[in-house]
Structure formats: structure tokens, C-alpha cells
Design a protein around this ligand. Structure first.
Ligand SMILES: *Cc1c(COP(=O)(O)O)cnc(C)c1O
Length: 401
């Protein structure tokens, strides 16, 4: 299938960079003293987890921050902390990944899915039509695409709907100068290997609401040691909360926090690296017949850690052919239109436990979305090569069809 002269890419789409030396040293120091549990501190010592929370809160300009075991745990904790109860309905994106409806299911609630636009963001008209169906919106900035947050917040504020932001793909991003995660009542981030900082697993939650922060800290398993937090609310905030809030253990440990702190410091440089790669891929794919690029608004400061384009109106067999032809040349593309969920890619109608209703407009968009990871281990030349391969194979199949 590949001609002798065709270029082939040999890099790995799942290979991240190594952990920075400074983070390795910090992790080794924690292992040498052995106090990995965040509340296990020597006299006068401040836990790495508490320092991480303080530094992340400062980075995004939040009053309070809590480090937890995973991004999914942060979201479920946020939903509990804003008062979602079993049987409640929670608005959320039709285009997102499984941990998002999973977090809603974890609190016994049911998602009400909202359409996705051709720009890969939540459809604000469909949201408007559904705002009376729930008190909470779990907004997922899926693949780093940020909707018009000013309009979204105006709509939700007017309807009395609380917004919880899933920023698994937008750590370091912003809308109109406001960091992603700082528009809604709570912002949740993931520190899992495939996101913007890598602790293997981990999550962060930020808010300006003292009562909400106190509930989240108790929920995460603080026992009565909440005064050891540097980015937590004052003790008064825990007065009644401490009797009413269950311990749903999901703390972050000092080892992960130690690995993360140096990574926060270099996040800006990492973002520049991702965006340079993103732009090389985008430039390489511009004006490819049959291929639609996603327009990014000027007020969206995104993190190009992944790349999406649309093959709108294509027959499924033609899309499969593009994926196969690219795969043969070493380029791994994911498709959100496949009949069966594969790898990390599943769709709202695969989440049968959530009993999703039909979303024909989203089906059309999902059937056209091609998704690609862009790890920082790729060079700019790699990205240019990947774009040439995609361009060639999309063009070849498009001309046949
Ligand atoms: C990864 C991810 C999460 C959950 O993060 P984990 O740390 O893996 O639990 C939530 N939402 C989206 C969109 C994600 O990609």
C-alpha cells in the first residue's frame, strides 16, 4: 500500500517527555524521608501537597486549591461539593471523554447531554433550551476547545445554573484573559500522564467559595487536619461542614506533588512548545480539499496538546480508508464516528448507563471528528511530516470518492 518513495513517520503518539531532573530529585527527597502521606509532616515541615496547592492557586488566581487523586475524582468531588445529589440531572457535553459522565454517575446523578458545534464546543443554543432541566452544568473543555465563556456564564448565571469546569485539556489555557477553570464555581484539572503535567495520576480543584472548598477538603479525606492546608479556607469555614461531610478518601500524596511542582514552573514553556507544533500541523493541512480545520477565536488562548480536524460529509468507509492509510505510514488518528468505542475514544451513545437521548446534530459532527495527540517528544519537523502524510492520504481518498 505504501509506495517505496512515500514518507513514513516512526515516532510514538503516546510517548511523553521524561520527568524533569528537578522533579526527580524532589521525588527522591520525599522517598528518602518517607513521609509520603500529605498529613505526615515533621515539626516545622510543610507538605509538598500543601505547597503544590498554594502554587497552583497563585498560578490561576484562585483563593483555594485542593490536590486529589485524579481529575475524575476532582470532578466528582466538585459535583458533591456544589450539592449534586443522587437522582439529580447534570448538564454536560455530548462530546467529551468517559470520565466526565463517569463522574456524574459516581454521585448517582444522570447526565443531560448538550450538543457539540462544528467548532467542537458546547452548543450554547442547545444549552439555552436545556437550562431548565438541571441546576448544575459540568462543562468539559474537550480537547482544549473553549466556548464563548462570557456568553455561557451570562446564560448560566441568569438561569441560576452552577458551572463546574472540566479543564483536563485546558490547564494553562484562558478565555479573554481569564484562566480556564476560573469562570465557573469550580475548576477541575488532571495531572495524569496524557495531560499538561505528568504525575502518572492526580487532580487539582480550584474555587473562590470558602464553604465549597471546605466541603471538598473534607470529602477528599482531610480528617480534622484541614488546618494543614496552605490554600484552604479559614477554620470557621469548617465549623458545620466537618460534621456533615463524609470522608470519600482521595487525597494526593507528597510524592506526586513533588513531581508536579517543578512541572508547574515550566508549564508556560511547555505550552509554547505545544502551540508551535500545533501551528506546524495546522499550516501543513491548510486548504486540503475535503478537510475542515477548526477555527480558533482570537480571545481563546489554547494549549495545542492535541489536534482535531473534520472530514465533514464523508462516507464512513472513506474515513476508515484515510485512517488505515495514515496508520500504514505511522500516523495514528482517532475517529469519534466509529460504531464501537476504541482506546480512549467513546461517544455519548456508548455510555448506556446514562441512558442518553438521541442527539442527531451532534451525531453529524461526531461522525466527522478526527483527533490526533501531539506529544512534546515530536519535533517540529515530525509535525510537518505528519501533516504531509495526512494531507496526501486525505487528498488521495477525497479524489477517489
Ligand atoms: C483525562 C480526562 C479527565 C479525567 O482525568 P483523570 O485524571 O484521568 O481522572 C476528565 N475529563 C477529560 C476530558 C479527560 O480527558
Amino acid at each position: 500500500m505504501v509506495s517505496d518513495t512515500a514518507e513514513v513517520f516512526s515516532g510514538s503518539f503516546t510517548q511523553q517527555e521524561p520527568i524533569p531532573e528537578e522533579a526527580i530529585d524532589a521525588a527522591v527527597a520525599v522517598m528518602r524521608h518517607g513521609r509520603l502521606h500529605r498529613y505526615n509532616t515533621a515539626p516545622g515541615e510543610t507538605a509538598e501537597a500543601a505547597l503544590l496547592e498554594q502554587e497552583f492557586a497563585a498560578m490561576v488566581g484562585a483563593h483555594y486549591c485542593l490536590a486529589v487523586a485524579s481529575g475524575g475524582y476532582a470532578i466528582a468531588t466538585a459535583l458533591r461539593a456544589v450539592g449534586v445529589k443522587p437522582g439529580d440531572r447534570v448538564l454536560s457535553n455530548a462530546f467529551t471523554l468517559a470520565p466526565v459522565p463517569g463522574a456524574i454517575a459516581a454521585v448517582g446523578a444522570t447526565p443531560v447531554f448538550v450538543d457539540v458545534t462544528q467548532g467542537l464546543v458546547i452548543d450554547l443554543d442547545d444549552l439555552t433550551a436545556k437550562l431548565d432541566q438541571a441546576r448544575v452544568l459540568l462543562l468539559s473543555h474537550m480537547r482544549g476547545h473553549i466556548c464563548d465563556m462570557d456568553r455561557l456564564m451570562a446564560l448560566c448565571d441568569a438561569a441560576g445554573v452552577t458551572v463546574v469546569e472540566d479543564c483536563a485539556h485546558t490547564m494553562g489555557a484562558s478565555w479573554n484573559g481569564v484562566p480556564s477553570g476560573r469562570h465557573g464555581a469550580v475548576g477541575c484539572y488532571s495531572c495524569q500522564t496524557y495531560k499538561h503535567v505528568n504525575a502518572g495520576e492526580g487532580g487539582l480543584l480550584v474555587t473562590d467559595d470558602a464553604a465549597l472548598a471546605a466541603r471538598a477538603i473534607m470529602l477528599s479525606g482531610s480528617y480534622m487536619l484541614y488546618d494543614r492546608h496552605l490554600a484552604g479556607p479559614p477554620p470557621e469555614a469548617f465549623e458545620t461542614v466537618k460534621y456533615d461531610t463524609p470522608n470519600i478518601s482521595g487525597r494526593m500524596d507528597n510524592l506526586r506533588a513533588a513531581i508536579l511542582r517543578p512541572q508547574l514552573k515550566r508549564l508556560e514553556a511547555q505550552i509554547d512548545g505545544w502551540n508551535a507544533r500545533y501551528h506546524v500541523v495546522q499550516d501543513g493541512l491548510r486548504d486540503t480539499p475535503g478537510l475542515t480545520l477548526i477555527n480558533r477565536p482570537a480571545v481563546e488562548r489554547f494549549v495545542g496538546s492535541s489536534f482535531q480536524f473534520l472530514l465533514s460529509g464523508w462516507a464512513p468507509e472513506a474515513i476508515t480508508s484515510v485512517l488505515t492509510r495514515c496508520a500504514v505510514r505511522g500516523v495514528e488518528l482517532k475517529w469519534f464516528g466509529g460504531a464501537e468505542p476504541v482506546g480512549f475514544t467513546s461517544r455519548y451513545d456508548s455510555w448506556r448507563y446514562a441512558e442518553p437521548s438521541a442527539l442527531p446534530a451532534s451525531d453529524v459532527v461526531l461522525a466527522s471528528i478526527i483527533d490526533m495527540r501531539v506529544p512534546l517528544t515530536f519535533s517540529l519537523d515530525d509535525c510537518a511530516l505528519i501533516a504531509r502524510i495526512i494531507r496526501a492520504e486525505v487528498s488521495a481518498v477525497f479524489q477517489q470518492g
